[in-house]
Design a protein around this ligand. Structure first.
Ligand SMILES: Cc1cc2nc3c(=O)[nH]c(=O)nc-3n(C[C@H](O)[C@H](O)[C@H](O)COP(=O)(O)OP(=O)(O)OC[C@H]3O[C@@H](n4cnc5c(N)ncnc54)[C@H](O)[C@@H]3O)c2cc1C
Ligand code: FES
Length: 265
């Protein structure tokens, strides 16, 4: 199932999130769920509405936030042309969905799992927590800049042990990094650490994992710009530990911390 299939589905709903301070910036897109045989949290989909025509040639990658009872959900922040146009979709509009793509996060049901999420990096963990056989063994650390209503944090904090740090000004970044490093140092060395977020956030996690000798227990979900999403264009390559190129879409997006360098290949 690594390369998934391409299906045309209908939009069910586009729900704006966190309207209080920044209207319209965050959304939940609900689509008809394609007839997938199986999928894993941490996998992603490439989305391309038919209405993009020739204006936007490539689809855009999004984590699967949930795929259940006939509904595929992705959570997204409207940042550029593609995501702003996704935000303007209406019920019944048609979207090409390639998926499920990529590998997904590891699960170790008998051991503690520490989730480290930055901003929209929280999206894949909604599915991860919902599907985990022992959510009481999960601790979630969440760092964010935008109001909490933009993210599924309140929902997840009802299911797992959760803490959050808000970055209100650029000066708070050091506090976020200290909290992240402390969280990792306090973690049970036998469990799993799973991280998703902006590249500098993942860089801190990777460095700390190497420092603490936890690289073989720490997974990073990388966000690179993608075009084909299925390993055909080399557009998403990063450097692997040996200095070679590795494609994030087909070999990731989830990698063990010691197996990749962060940055472009
Ligand atoms: C595996 C994977 C899962 C993702 N999951 C989510 C998700 O669940 N929710 C979500 O909001 N976003 C997610 N992203 C990021 C999302 O794909 C980009 O925000 C989106 O493609 C931007 O498209 P655009 O046309 O709006 O932006 P563009 O106009 O192409 O660019 C706007 C800005 O976004 C940056 N950008 C573009 N592509 C990416 C990218 N792939 N990663 C990070 N920044 C990018 C650009 O550098 C630029 O600053 C994911 C990315 C990957 C690779
Ligand atoms: S996006 Fe084309 S190879 Fe990864």
């Amino acid at each position: 199932m690594r390369h998934g299939a391409c299906r045309e589905v209908k939009v069910l709903e586009v729900v704006p999130l966190g309207q209080s301070k920044r209207p319209g910036e965050f959304f939940e897109l609900r689509l008809e769920l394609p007839d997938w045989e199986a999928w894993r949290p941490g996998q992603f989909v490439m989305l391309r509405p038919l209405s993009w025509g020739l204006e936007l040639v490539w689809g855009r990658p999004f984590s699967i936030a949930s795929a259940d009872r006939g509904v595929l959900c992705v959570l997204f922040q409207a940042l550029g042309r593609g995501t702003r146009r996704l935000a303007g979709l209406r019920p019944g509009d048609q979207v090409l969905v390639w998926g499920p793509l990529g590998n997904g996060f590891a699960v170790d049901p008998g051991k503690r799992t520490l989730i480290l999420a930055g901003g929209m990096g929280l999206a894949p963990f909604r599915a991860y927590v919902e599907r985990h056989p022992a959510p009481d063994l999960i601790r979630l650390f969440f760092a964010h800049r935008f109001p909490l209503e933009c993210y599924p944090f309140d929902y997840l904090s009802g299911l797992v042990d959760a803490v959050r740090v808000e970055e209100r000004s650029p000066g708070d970044l050091a506090l976020v990094i200290d909290a992240l490093r402390a969280e990792m140092a306090a973690f049970d060395q036998r469990g799993l650490i799973l991280a998703c977020g902006p590249t500098p956030f993942l860089g801190t996690v990777r460095d700390r994992a190497l420092e603490l000798g936890l690289a073989e227990r720490t997974q990073l979900s990388l966000e690179e710009r993608m075009a084909c999403g299925v390993g055909a264009c080399l557009g998403c390559a990063v450097k692997d530990a040996g200095g070679g190129n590795v494609q994030v879409c087909s070999r990731g997006p989830v990698f063990w911390a010691g197996d990749v360098q962060l940055g472009r290949g």
